[in-house]
Design a protein around this ligand. Sequence first.
Ligand SMILES: Cc1cc2nc3c(=O)[nH]c(=O)nc-3n(C[C@H](O)[C@H](O)[C@H](O)COP(=O)(O)OP(=O)(O)OC[C@H]3O[C@@H](n4cnc5c(N)ncnc54)[C@H](O)[C@@H]3O)c2cc1C
Length: 466
Amino acid sequence: MRGIRMGRISSMPALAVREVTMRRMGTWQVLARQYATQKEKVVVLGCGWAGFRFIKDLDKDNYDVYVVSPRNHFLFTPMLASTTVGTIEFRSILEPVRTETSKKGFHYINAECVDIDEDSGKIRCKSAIADSAGKEGKEFDVPFHHLVVSVGCLPNTFGVPGVEENAFFLKEVGDAQKIRQRIIEVLELARMPSVTDEELKRLLHFVIVGGGPTGVEFAGELGDFIRTDMQKLFKNLPRNSAKVTLFQSTDKILAMFDKNLSEKAVRQFEKSHIVDVRTNCQVESIDKEKITLKGGEEIPYGLCVWSTGIGPRPLLRHLQQKQGYEMARGTRLVVDDHLRVKGRKNVYALGDCAAMESQPDIPATAQAAQQQGKFLAAEFNAMAGGSDIKPFRFNNLGMMAYVGGYVSLFDTPQLKMAGLTAWFAWRSVYLTKLGSIKNKFQVPFDWTKTLLFGRDVTLFTKSKAS
Ligand SMILES: Cc1cc2nc3c(=O)[nH]c(=O)nc-3n(C[C@H](O)[C@H](O)[C@H](O)COP(=O)(O)OP(=O)(O)OC[C@H]3O[C@@H](n4cnc5c(N)ncnc54)[C@H](O)[C@@H]3O)c2cc1C
């Protein structure tokens, strides 16, 4: 932020209309309105881990803040896998962005940014809500003095044919809803009198592609569901008929974890007799009812979840191709150690969509995104007071993952452990990290409900597959 000093900009049009307006309104209201227009406009794209933390920590008196995001809530992603089988309910891990914006006097616009015009200080937005005729959302401009890009990323399909059409992703709460519905659908389908043995085997085969934390945690949750609620509620399905296969393209799952811990995860899955881990397997294509591996092996499935790597949002691809924004590996905007986008003056990027030139190994995690959101808010707060802060440094606090059967992995620089104690630590840490008090009540309530009454298998919407 060095070199850029910001004060309140003058507002001549506001002064010109002041006298006329004052005759119609109370003086206090006029001054309040003028004050609002005189503050510099900060536009924040996205309300994920990075953007939400930024607006939470930003001093509300210094800027006129507009949050633009097609998703009107913050999503606590570390617990998303738990919602796919109903261990936790969807709304328990969501926080409406308006609770934060209204508290601080910020503005929220339910739209997607489709272009940035830095020279004229405007972004082009498209409403996230279609009009009553069902047409696409209308487009409009939003002006800015400072633009904070925290749009995250998309799952990467690596161009594998059939992924978009046939597989499920696990990125947003809508994805988790579809997966949950599909799991229940295949169980109900498997109970149809007309189903052959071969068909039953296919339906009850759950395939997960990608052995990173998301794929592994989903496998753990699904294994728990099959072992407990499925056995209880679908008694007349043949015992041990449901299987989960986790495919990983390299030689080990959870590659970023300590070697002993990733081996512990594999042993835990072996012990479950439900989850089978297959490493060094590359998926060549995905059809409606089968996946094909490199080498030609065909594997029938009832549900396929794709969770491998990250790819760029359409906005970032557009900025790279049409405006020459520099991207790291074609996925993330290159930023300096104050999170300024390379070669741009008033554009910042953080979270999954940003790659720091001086620290290229910062992982695309909630932890890093949140630290960057906190840093940038401190930087903006300091700027408003005319001071600088030190460059961003990532502080690695470690990683955790749940692998099913009350076993978690806890991998921090100080302590590495796996098992029940790690599971308690995993639950406690995430409980304290849940943003709102409402969710801090709701999640333990869901856990207790699941323990006492089991998971809900009600089917009330249709999944993508049906
Ligand atoms: C299932 C799952 C589990 C995970 N578990 C963990 C974990 O345990 N620990 C961990 O550290 N990390 C975890 N992660 C990773 C973590 O969630 C991400 O690193 C984090 O969400 C990145 O935050 P972000 O703010 O950059 O992006 P996101 O959280 O993805 O937010 C992006 C925001 O930008 C909005 N947006 C998108 N396009 C536009 C546009 N064109 N204009 C305006 N807004 C836009 C979106 O609607 C959204 O609000 C997990 C991820 C998943 C999917």
